[in-house]
Design a protein around this ligand. Sequence first.
Ligand code: 3UK
Length: 519
Amino acid sequence: MTAPSIEIPDRLNAASFFVDRNVAEGHGHKVAFFHEERTITYGQLQELTNRAGNALLDLGVEMEHRVLLLLLDCPEFVASFFGAIKIGAIPIPVNTMMRAQDYLYFLNDSRARVAIISQALLAEAGPILDQARYLKHVVVVGKAEGKQIGFDQWAGKAATRLEAADTSKDDAAFWLYSSGSTGFPKGAVHLQHDMVVCTDTYALGVLAMTERDRTFSAAKLFFAYGLGNNMYFPMRVGAQGVLHAHRPMPEAMFEVIDRHKPTIFFGVPTLYAAMLQVKEAERRFDCSSLRLCVSAGEALPPDLYKRWTERFKVELLDGIGTTEILHIFLSNRPGQLKPGSSGLPVPGYEAIIVDDEGKPVPRGEVGNLRVKGDSTMAYYWNKHEKTKASLFGEWIATGDKYYQDEDGFFWYCGRADDMLKVSGIWVSPVEVENTLVGHPAVLEAAVVGKEDTDKLVKPKAYVVLKDTYTGSPELEAELKGFVKDKIAPYKYPRWIEFVGELPKTATGKIQRFKLRQRD
Ligand code: 3UK
């Protein structure tokens, strides 16, 4: 298949492309997003985007200044994101399930001047805002208190017309943070043209999206996956997105599908597994609007693929994307699909598998995946060594082990590092281990991935207790609760095994691979 020809002009402002163009092309009265009981048309979205951009200017935000977005999925997210980009500033959407200390890190690392926060998330983030060294203003979507600024009033008094900043296609547009196995999350710097490339390659090339589509993504907008699925993909073609601010619970997903009639649903394997547990779903809910379902974030086991497609009679496409490449670059396609594989390169991307020296391995052999495509981040902010370790000229190493079969299909074989993908979200074993060791009963801990009954990976902890403690179901429950309390709750170990000692190298490094083999 040939790559689509992407002609991107030298001067490009992504907000003009994704927001203003829809109005210029006559979609002004069309609903762009459904959100709870509300809808927002493309015309209203353009106005709210302009207001948000002007309101940021009113706060003294200039080109290249960073604006942190700690927002639940809502129209204000879209308007803040593109409002910032329109003035040449850099929005940074961050994970809404993190802890106060994570937010302090994001604020200080990015030196964000302004943070726009959903009221519901202030309970967690609020206490550290005063400690953020560069933060000058906090805007709250919802009820503001004290020095905080209320979004509605703030945007409401700003002007409705706004000229897009004269940015080049290679200006920084937005950042997304990605977790690493050791150390702090890395801010992947994405450019004005990256979202255009992802829509042209994947949304148009693979999903064949048109203005008749309606997307619904269980993955939230702050993930690179959700940002494309439910925001800039539909906006590329004047289609519609269904925003859902709540936790993606299986039953609720069906209710939204039944009510809003999306044509494409995007989820992660763990969610598909949970949705398959909903009794009588195919009879209780009308899913006939769906023309495609997409799975990404972690590998989709073939058994889940089979059960889903047989029961719901709709194709389920597994594809792999990364925050650094922004969206999906290897994917199965309707009529070109092997269950259990990640499919073929998306037209516009190239993929190779190399050994540890960077030389291509023979077909069929497992090696390290490298990808070439024009949506790849420019670099990691302030992380020069990590940037050099992942970018090789036009190629980026994804950190995944893969092999390619005789038909060219790519098969996922695990990570090159110890990182875990749990429900499609990064979990660093080191962070969970360090947290466990903070409990008075724990001497040492090692965390590895273990497959559950759906063949999906979840964290398991091996724990060595201090002399005076003995393992018990009560202590196991206590340790799980301890982790949930200290770090983002989704990272807690689903199983804990008490052991006498951990396998280690001569230099004392924990050999996680030996523990993985034990299971
Ligand atoms: C793993 C997969 C096997 C893989 C993402 C769609 O997940 C996304 O981005 P992240 O930065 O994680 C990237 C890593 O996750 N992975 C993702 N999808 C698959 N492994 N099969 C898959 N289908 O380790 C990869 O390196 O959180 C997903 C679109 C955009 C994204 N950023």
